[in-house]
Design a protein around this ligand. Structure first.
Ligand code: 13P
Ligand code: SF4
Length: 348
């Protein structure tokens, strides 16, 4: 055990029940080893309301910490070891621009329900809550899109066009019933020339980390490892997902590796997602299932959270000098509505 690892362990011991460390699966192994709770975005959001600790230290990117702060109990403090770790995709939907687009869409006389991927800012979630919409994660996007399509005349899915298209494909919603919006900094470009009557309108955002994985890599993997199974995260391009055997959230990918290790020893599983997770699964199932990465995909923001920064956060908590995450009070009500609507629709 190195000095940092030992110091984190000692502070965890000292803080005891007052502390809960939560971490996303994309965190590095040294950080994950200290987490009391690990999960994908959905699991982490679900677990927060049940945590009683005075301090929640959230190892992940900023929007995940904000969601935790929204769902935390009054008086509970949420801390981010690295507040500068920001999901790049979450910044692709400025709240003001989304509001303007919703105003333009509503002006056509249709009731368009916004459905926001959880990878969005608090301000965006508040706009979504105001417009009667909800949040979704990659684990429940299908359920939530079905729900949203039943609510009004159309759905505005934001910000991930790839997740939106992959989910629509699962629901059997044909590409000619979808439209990727053409936008500029002021709103829709020439609304009258866009097919806004389609039931699924997609914000033109995506995760650059997952989008760098290409369909040709699935073909190359199959050629190099005949009989292998190829799976990927639905933030990947639809053209890649089409060539995979299955796609699903981080939890799905974890279960898939465990299932194959159990049911098909010696088989090869190729996974298209963030490499920290793939490497961890490769180590976990070594000797039973060959888990390989489809290609390089490293989230630089997730990587900003380190064991040393976790130590600094715990030290500050122990000394009473930590500065917890604060969320803008005016945004909390509507943003919480959009998150709790997801938890209600999905039966917690
Ligand atoms: P999950 O919903 O699978 O946790 O994904 C979150 C994320 O940021 C993926 O890039
Ligand atoms: Fe955001 Fe992509 Fe990083 Fe996930 S992998 S946190 S979606 S930038």
């Amino acid at each position: 055990m190195n000095d940092i690892t030992a110091a984190v362990a000692a502070l965890k011991e000292q803080l005891g029940d007052r502390l809960c460390i939560m971490g996303h699966h994309y965190q590095n192994d040294a950080v994950v080893a200290h987490c009391d709770v690990t999960g994908d975005s959905l699991e982490l959001a679900r677990r927060v309301p049940g945590v009683d600790a005075e301090h929640i230290v959230f190892c992940g990117v900023f929007f995940m910490g904000e969601s935790a702060a929204l769902l935390a109990k009054p008086g509970q403090a949420v801390h981010l070891p690295e507040p500068g770790a920001d999901c790049m995709m979450s910044l692709m939907t400025p709240a003001g621009l989304a509001r303007r687009v919703l105003e333009q869409l509503t002006a056509t006389g249709r009731r368009v329900v916004p459905l926001a991927y959880v990878n969005t800012t608090l301000g965006l979630k508040a706009v979504v809550g105001e417009y009667g919409g909800a949040v979704c994660t990659s684990a429940n996007a299908e359920t939530m899109l079905r729900w949203a399509l039943d609510q009004g005349d159309g759905v505005l899915f934001l910000p991930d066009k790839h997740l939106g298209r992959n989910t629509a494909q699962k629901l059997g919603l044909a590409p000619d019933r979808q439209h990727i919006l053409r936008l500029n900094g002021h709103g829709l470009i020439n609304p009258e020339s866009q097919p806004l009557e389609r039931p699924l309108l997609l914000w033109p955002g995506c995760c650059a980390i997952h989008a760098q994985l290409k369909p040709g890599q699935a073909a190359a993997a199959r050629a190099a490892h005949p009989g292998c199974r190829v799976v990927a995260h639905p933030e990947c391009r639809p053209e890649l997902i089409e060539r995979c055997d299955a796609a699903g959230s981080t939890s799905f990918l974890i279960k898939e590796a465990a299932r194959l290790a159990e049911e098909a020893p010696g088989s090869t599983l190729i996974i298209g997602t963030e490499n920290n997770l793939v490497d961890r699964l490769a180590a976990r199932h070594k000797g039973r299932c060959h888990v390989l990465s489809l290609g390089r995909a490293i989230c630089p923001d997730m990587a900003k959270v380190t064991e040393a920064k976790l130590l600094a956060t715990l030290t500050a908590i122990a000394h009473g000098t930590a500065e917890p995450l604060t969320v803008e009070a005016a945004l909390c009500g509507p943003a919480r509505r959009s998150l709790t609507r997801m938890l209600e629709v999905c039966g917690q």
